[in-house]
Ligand binder design. Sequence first.
Ligand code: GAR
Length: 192
Amino acid sequence: MEKSSGKKNTAVLISGRGSNLRSLIKYSKTKKSLIKIVLVVSDNFSAKGLDYANKSKINNSFIQYSNRKIFEDRLLKLLKKNNVDLICLAGFMKILSGSFIKKFCKPILNIHPSLLPKYKGLNTHNRAVQNKDKFSGATVHIVNEKLDSGRIILQKKVKILRSDTVRSLEKKVLKIEHKIYPKAIIRLLTSF
Ligand code: GAR
């Protein structure tokens, strides 16, 4: 915990584009933010999100994912060094082990592009469009050892129109992801 401001020291884990990271950085810079992003970690050297972290002068690291154990050990060291109280997965495409979750022992949040428990895993928009669903959406949940299955903190729906494609649905859902992730953090941190 950062002593002077009372904000939770937060690490954001990414694998790619980093638009959710960008929205979290934006939120963290607001006066009332409950978090301070102290670390960004990517398992992908070329993740665009690392550029945002650099531009925002946030400490960031690439950790090679050669195997899960080595990755998680290095990650745990970095989290400890930076006194991290909260992890936000933001388009982080690897699965964290139960042992890592236990060892970290503080909340880990994930954002997922579907109305969980529907469509865990990958290709959520494709499945929603193929199945002619009327709604899709995004979910922020606590990470546990089962894929996309932890306690739901916040969820928001979007309508799927007949004219929607996988691409247009992804765009719509992403827009609401950027709104609900900061709200879910506030909900989590004020619910004790
Ligand atoms: C987001 O849609 C996020 O919900 C999804 O990856 C995208 C990352 O975009 N995450 C998952 O599918 C995790 N299973 P971003 O890099 O622009 O934030």
